[in-house]
Write a protein that binds this ligand. Structure first.
Ligand code: ADP
Ligand code: MG
Length: 611
């Protein structure tokens, strides 16, 4: 028998490795933007065609590359950023794995132009399938331009996995915003199919937040500033009144690197505690800076997850820093609400603390937490931290259990028969403002009002999209809503379906929309909340691949518009609820498979009582 093991050629090995780093156009956007930042650029332009499937190009005015470096850059494990394993724990750059360009060159066609200040001419390279096809000098400004064309042209299976243009563009905008937020001192622009989407002038973090997330945060940001021996936390949280029904405007950066952390998110939510409604989400853009030795950023190929040496301490600091900031805000006069920009910059306004207020704040225990030496130990012993893992993990568990149940439950409540239908002649009884008790031929039904209503709405929506559009009631005073760029992209995608469901919305530029009309039964004045809640629900479903866009929309609206438990119902309302429920094709469960009612048989009751 001959030996059978062979080494893979470099281009194949790179293609395989690329799977980890470059999953979609947005991954290339992230890597190329980060390289431009690492190159010291202060102007970075991103150009996209066809949601990045045809072109992702990043042009920077950074330090450029020499001819040899330009070729080397595309080798796997080629990096100028670390030399040995110890460097990993003193990382100051965004990149260090030396994999991005090699991966991109393995799965796309790449055109590189780069020039250093000390060179007279730049160099132009064309690379395909990891091989350099063209190399020639080029006249250009200092800096680098990398164009990635036809992503996955040589891996059709991966290309087929890409989502719709709207979905891919949304990912790109997300990545763009994450980098742009972290570097307000750099100019960024994004254009897509020749249209400018973002043009972000250099400025302060505050200005960048307002540029990116919308002017409704203007004068509604609370500064977070805590400097300790162990770490620094800086940034902004939105004042409680800016909390939205949709998650999204929430950013953590650790040593300027965007990270996802449900755990730290929990710390911020905890700090807001009673100040916002339970189902709303505050804006935050927080920067946590600490000694790189306290971190392992190399736990994930795209570096969005990191490991803290001691995450409990970070949790405690984040929570206290936000609490502290909010406490200051609440004793700050609410002067700055309607003031215009020029007045706001006056010292007296921008520094609203009087000496008295300052000493009150500094004598608070929170403040002391931060000024005490060795506060790490101090915080670790705080009792509120002891059970963090309990509540944190419990939440997750409950969630996944309900999800698991939702799937299997459906069969149990599969359509029964009309014989369940109640007799509506008798008085109806509402229990706990959540349940309706009603008699039928065989016994009685206990109906959950919210679940029942969800089913009714869902079937109404199904009929609407099947050709019986729901009438729109024109608003007398159309309201406008400002969304984050990400939410705006989602909403844009949903407009035609929303129209069928009675919502007339028009894009108004700059991520805002005008609500021209809503279905008659959506209360006027509530349009904005209704849309925000719908989007939040929609995003909740959005990882669920088995549902179409429209299905997700209908389920979201049904959930969001349903009358909630705790609502008192008049007799008439209970009657029509029951009538509509039993007119449904599938009256006995919600679209997600929760029961809408339970039956209690008279036979059984008789037995129980020995009759
Ligand atoms: P990493 O960023 O992890 O080092 P990359 O594959 O992203 O790996 O890049 C490889 C190298 O190419 C970088 O270390 C850097 O020296 C060089 N490089 C990449 N992009 C640029 C750029 N826009 N300007 C200057 N040098 C760059
Ligand atoms: Mg890189």
């Amino acid at each position: 028998m001959p030996d059978i093991i062979q080494l893979l050629p470099d281009n194949i090995a790179n293609q395989i490795a690329a799977g980890e780093v470059i999953q979609r156009p947005a991954s290339a956007v992230k890597e190329l933007l980060e390289n431009a930042v690492d190159a010291g650029a202060d102007e970075i332009r991103l150009i996209i065609n066809d949601a990045g499937k045809a072109l992702v190009q990043v042009i920077d005015n950074g330090k450029g590359m020499s001819e040899t470096d330009a070729r080397m850059a595309f080798e796997r494990h080629a990096t100028s950023k670390i030399r040995n394993i110890d460097d990993l724990f003193r990382i100051k750059t965004m990149g260090f794995r030396g994999e991005a360009l090699a991966s991109i060159a393995a799965v796309a066609q790449v055109e590189l132009k780069t020039k250093r200040a000390e060179d007279d001419a730049g160099i132009y390279l064309e690379i395909e399938n990891s091989f350099v096809k063209v190399q020639e000098p080029v006249a250009m400004e200092n800096g680098t331009s990398i164009a990635m064309k036809n992503l996955f042209f040589n891996v059709p299976a991966r290309r087929n996995f890409l989502k719709s243009n709207t979905a891919e563009l949304r990912h790109i905008v997300d990545e763009f915003i994450r980098v742009a937020m972290a570097f307000p001192e750099i100019f960024f622009s994004l254009s897509s199919n020749g249209q400018q989407v973002f043009h972000l002038e250099k400025g302060t973090l505050k200005q960048r937040i307002v540029q990116v997330l919308g002017t409704n945060y203007n004068a509604r940001l609370v500064n977070v500033q805590e400097h300790t021996d162990y770490l620094n936390i800086t940034g902004f949280v939105g004042k409680p009144e800016t909390a939205k029904k949709t998650r999204g405007d929430q950013y953590f950066f650790v040593n300027n690197r965007f990270i996802k952390s449900a755990y730290l998110n929990h710390a911020v939510m905890n700090a807001f505690d009673e100040m916002i409604a339970k189902d709303s989400f505050p804006m935050y853009t927080l920067f946590i800076d600490l000694d790189p030795a306290q971190l392992d950023i190399n736990v994930h190929p795209t570096k969005q997850e990191i490991k803290f040496e001691d995450e409990k301490i970070v949790y405690a600091f984040v929570q206290s820093a936000v609490k502290h900031a909010l406490a200051q805000f609440s004793i700050t006069p609410t002067l700055d609400f309607e003031l215009d920009g020029s007045i706001q910059n006056l010292d007296a306004v921008s520094k609203p603390f009087t000496g008295d207020q300052q000493s009150t704040a500094s004598s608070s225990s929170l403040f002391q937490t931060f000024t005490q030496k060795n506060q790490a130990h101090f915080i670790e012993n705080k009792s509120e931290l002891k059970h963090w893992r309990d509540f944190y993990e419990k939440d997750d568990m409950v969630l996944s259990q309900t999800q698991a149940r939702a799937g299997s439950q459906f069969s149990q409540y599969a359509p029964k028969t009309v014989s369940d239908a109640p007799a509506l002649t008798d008085a109806l009884l509402q229990l706990h403002q959540s349940y309706i008790v009603v008699q039928n031929d065989n016994g009685y039904l206990l109906v959950n009002q919210q679940n029942a209503h969800e089913r009714i709405l869902y079937e109404k929506f199904i009929n609407a999209v099947a050709g019986k559009p729901i009438a729109t009631q024109q608003s007398l005073f159309p309201v406008s809503i400002d969304l984050s760029a990400t939410d705006a992209v989602i909403l844009l995608e949903l407009l035609p379906d929303l129209q069928q469901l009675g919502y007339a919305l028009e894009p108004f530029g700059n991520n805002s929309f005008v609500v021209q009309g809503t279905p008659a039964d959506v209360m006027h004045g509530n349009e904005k909340t209704a849309i925000e809640k719908m989007l939040e629900q929609y995003k909740h479903f959005s990882n669920d691949l088995k549902f179409s866009k429209r299905e997700k929309l209908m389920r979201s609206l049904a959930l969001q518009q349903s009358i909630k438990g705790g609502t008192v119902l008049a007799l008439k309302e209970m009657e029509s609820l029951l009538q509509n429920l039993f007119a449904c094709a599938t009256p006995n469960s919600t679209p997600n498979g929760k029961p809408t009612y339970m039956t209690f048989k008279k036979d059984e009751m008789d037995k129980m009582f020995g009759r």
